[in-house]
Write a protein that binds this ligand. Structure first.
Ligand code: CA
Length: 247
């Protein structure tokens, strides 16, 4: 992971400097900027591997910065929020952030999150072993990391893709929120359930899926989520590892 570049967007000098020093000591290349417009310019110039983004910025807030940054090129974002209520709110917005960290946070925690996100990106990049999964009218293609509904391509972020792929390759298997955190994010935390929920909600919206009458992702109350089983798909469900191509 050494040499990966990280853009830190934080208007509080003391926090920005502490974060910068720690990440540099971990071997990352770090650029710090203090407001939204600078962040957009820096993201465009540097194409960082990850952005650590403060939610409360002068002028242009973190949500807007996050949206703008994602427009050109998808990049993982670790959002810093001031309070847990803010984290809830941000998770509810279902913007393109990968993860949230509530202030005050320890530098050790921040480093762990940054590394987990980068590891996940690496894993996604190199998990070219799997076959595409076709269920109902959905095609999930891990080699090209593309999802299509019928002939129409659905734009998912890498994280959303990973969640959908995890569920769709094992229809009928119920994944708890913790299991999804483990598999997709690579760690768990207190806000895990809500972060998972907000991502699933966003995937559903993009797929035109309704929570009340889901065509693809079923909510298993008190447990988690499962991809709907298709009567046309043969073979055992759980952990069979087969590609489950529907006819
Ligand atoms: Ca701030």
């Amino acid at each position: 992971m050494t040499g990966k570049s990280i853009l830190v967007v934080e208007d509080e000098e003391a926090i920005a400097e502490a974060v910068r020093a720690r990440l540099v000591s971990e071997g990352f290349r770090v650029r710090v900027v203090h407001d939204g417009p600078q962040a957009l310019r820096a993201a465009d110039e540097d194409r960082p591997d990850l952005v650590v983004l403060d939610l409360m910025l002068p002028g242009m807030d973190g949500l807007e910065v996050c949206r703008e940054i994602q427009k050109t090129d998808w990049v993982p974002v670790l959002m810093l929020t001031a309070r847990t209520e803010e984290t809830d709110k941000v998770a509810g917005f279902a913007i393109g952030a990968d993860d949230y960290l509530t202030k005050p946070f320890s530098l050790r925690e921040l480093t762990a999150r940054v590394k987990a996100i980068l590891r996940r990106m690496e894993r996604m990049r190199h998990s070219g072993s799997s076959e595409q999964v076709i269920r109902f009218d959905l095609t999930v293609d891990p080699a090209r990391r593309r999802v299509a509904r019928g002939q129409e391509e659905v734009g998912l972020t890498p994280l959303e893709f990973e969640i959908l792929f995890t569920l769709a390759r094992s229809p009928g298997v119920v994944f708890s929120r913790d299991q999804l955190m483990d598999r997709v994010w690579g760690y768990r935390d207190y806000a895990g359930g809500r972060v998972v929920d907000s991502h699933v909600a966003r995937i559903r919206r993009k797929l035109g899926d309704e929570a009340g009458e889901p065509r693809y992702i079923r909510t298993v109350h008190g447990v988690g989520y499962a991809f709907r089983e298709d009567g046309r798909v043969s073979g055992p469900g759980p952990a069979s590892g087969e590609s489950g191509r529907a006819t």
